[in-house]
Ligand binder design. Structure first.
Ligand SMILES: [Zn+2]
Length: 236
């Protein structure tokens, strides 16, 4: 039987739901420089969750992907859509509450901008007594991360070259400013990415390749699988 929730009928779902973890991929629709598509985060997290479902065919059902998240820091770049942190948090909390018949809910994202909303939802759910795990890859798989490679740089470009090379405009890839953390975070919060990087890239896509993308994907997947195995996600 399918692990895609939307492909099931309700009687089929009724039989499966009590023993399954509902995995909810949370992406974004936001600028990823001139060379990566707006759906980059959505595509990556959806591929990870699909692979996760394949790893645990008896334990997981896959919810529809949430393709618009909290991306206010990317305002000013054409095509970016965002519902913002508060609405995302309350909708995630309502969503997980509606899924209370499942054994548990697991939120997954690769977009750091979604984290405040996910944390807020997870805290609210915990207070209400609903079990909810969440995962994101942290700064990235250890040994595969480059300093300052924050957005549409080497890591994300490699991931897309692995997952959807037809969507990568590689000749348009060029470096953005390094992060300069002291200056970056306050600037992102108050003025957004546009004030810091005209292209939207923070990092350097130089040297990105599909082989590296596969290694990054596998490392992220192993980390995500551990959440299912251990029944323990990131801390709220
Ligand atoms: Zn991204």
């Amino acid at each position: 039987m399918s692990q895609v929730l939307g492909h099931l009928t309700w009687p089929e779902a009724k039989a499966l739901v009590p023993a399954r973890t509902l995995v909810i991929p949370i992406g974004s629709t936001e600028q990823h420089g001139p060379h990566l598509p707006l759906c980059t985060d959505t595509l990556v997290v959806e591929a990870l969750c699909q692979a996760l479902a394949g790893s645990f065919p008896e334990r997981i059902l896959l919810a529809p992907t949430i393709a618009i998240g909290a991306s206010d820091e990317h305002r000013g770049f054409a095509g970016t859509l965002s519902v913002g942190t508060e609405p995302l948090a309350s909708s995630l909390q309502a969503l997980a509450t509606s899924a209370s018949g499942f054994a548990r809910v697991l939120f997954a994202t690769t977009h750091g901008g979604n984290l405040p909303a996910i944390r807020q939802a997870a805290r609210g759910l915990a207070t209400a007594g609903t079990e909810c795990l969440w995962w994101w890859p942290g700064p990235g798989p250890s040994g595969l991360v480059r300093a300052g490679d924050l957005h549409a740089g080497w890591l994300e470009t490699s991931l897309l070259l692995h997952l959807a090379p037809e969507l990568v405009r590689l000749p348009l890839a060029s470096p953005g400013p390094g992060p300069g953390a002291d200056k970056l975070m306050p600037m992102l919060a108050s003025q957004g990415v546009a004030a810091y990087s005209a292209s939207g890239v923070i990092g350097d896509p130089a040297g990105a390749n599909a082989e590296a993308g596969r290694a990054i994907f596998e490392a992220m997947l192993a980390d995500l699988e551990a959440v299912v195995v251990n029944g323990r996600g990131r801390d709220v």
